[in-house]
Design a protein around this ligand. Structure first.
Ligand code: SAM
Ligand code: SF4
Length: 329
């Protein structure tokens, strides 16, 4: 194990989230304005070979698990090839993806064959009209077809992410829990985080995980603890006899900074040590100026050394202008 795997707080950092594009085929209200985000510009976005080279630098610094995200990763041309490039790297133990799933039905098999291990699919409502209203564009049927295709392609466990919003979809949490009885859905209720433009909304619509759990237990009885592969920061539970599980990602109410294991690479080549901090370390500039691997690795180590000990969202201090679609969640 390389020493550079550890940050200044002695946390082992072996997980990299890569935002492969800031573009998206949906416009979720909590994430993007209706007109979409201002374009980063084609030239500034990393090419696939550049992403692969930087992931390789990360592997040298101890990265073992890679997640592709965005924006919407499935709208990035060549994303299947990128999966294949990363799969071929010695040292990589898992590749996963976070997607809205609406284009997944036609791509799940190719992704699985290229070496993708599993997917997280964002699905903020089980009601077609509400799903459309939250995403502004999406069809629930497409996302459900994506979930089914992922399962059929063996991209398991399939995790379903729901951002819980008090007056928008919180009344569906019991329906989601019920789905886990009949289907192998690993549902994760995500606390709405105050990031970028959506900060005010997030504070108004925020529901802490313990209230979501209380609502489910009141309706369906006590949850039992459960294990899920690649669980990350989620705490997992299940209903008796359920095929799936129920997890809570409580980034706001219970920050899990002390066990944080991740770095983020933005689509324009910035290495970001913390989702909630503005600190970023440019890799694209040096890469395009001809930096060798040792110089890029030094920047990586510098970023690692500057990973903050914790965030301060629970004290109502937002410390970043970053958009989720840029940084990839
Ligand atoms: N387009 C893909 C998707 O929606 O799954 C990947 C990118 S999206 C930015 C990654 C995750 O961040 C999604 O699960 C989304 O629901 C979540 N997300 C976006 N904005 C959020 C916010 N303000 N609070 C909590 N989660 C958020
Ligand atoms: Fe797109 Fe994902 Fe943001 Fe929704 S949450 S707008 S699907 S990037």
């Amino acid at each position: 194990m390389t020493q550079s795997q550890f940050d200044a707080c002695n946390r082992r950092i072996d997980y990299l989230r890569v935002s492969v594009t800031d573009r998206c085929n949906l416009r979720c209200r909590y994430c993007m304005p209706e007109e979409g985000v201002p374009s980063i510009g084609h030239e500034r976005v990393l090419r696939l070979e550049e992403i692969a080279r930087l992931v390789g630098i990360g592997v040298g610094a101890g990265i073992r698990h890679v997640r592709l995200t965005g924006g919407e990763p499935l709208v990035r041309k060549g994303v299947v090839d990128l999966v294949r490039l990363i799969r071929a790297m010695p040292g990589i133990e898992s590749i996963s993806m976070t997607t809205n799933g609406v284009a997944l039905a036609g791509m799940a098999n190719a992704l699985a064959e290229a070496g993708l291990d599993r997917v997280n699919i964002s699905l903020d409502s089980l009601r077609p009209e509400r799903y459309r209203s939250i995403t502004r564009i999406g069809n629930l049927a497409d996302a459900l077809a994506g979930i089914e295709a992922a399962r059929a392609a063996g991209l398991a466990p399939v995790k379903i992410n729901m951002v819980v919003m008090r007056d928008v979809n919180a009344d569906e949490v019991v329906d989601y829990a019920l789905r886990t009885l009949a289907e192998p859905w690993h549902v994760r209720f995500i606390e709405y985080m105050p990031l970028g433009d959506g900060e005010e909304d997030a504070r108004a619509e925020y529901v802490p995980s313990h209230l979501i759990r209380a609502r489910i237990e009141e309706a369906l009885g006590s949850l039992l603890s459960a294990d899920v592969t690649g669980a990350g920061p989620a705490r997992n539970w299940r209903l008796p006899k359920a095929q799936g599980t129920i997890g809570f990602i409580s980034a706001v109410s219970e920050h899990f900074c002390s066990s944080c294991n991740r770095m983020r690479l933005s689509s324009d080549g910035k290495l970001v040590p913390c989702l909630f901090s503005d600190a970023e370390f440019d890799l694209r500039g040096p890469l395009r100026d001809g930096a060798d691997d040792a110089a890029l690795a030094a920047i990586w180590r510098d970023a690692l050394a500057h990973k903050p000990a914790r965030h301060h969202l629970d004290e109502a201090l937002t410390t970043t202008h970053h958009r989720m679609s840029w940084i990839g969640g």
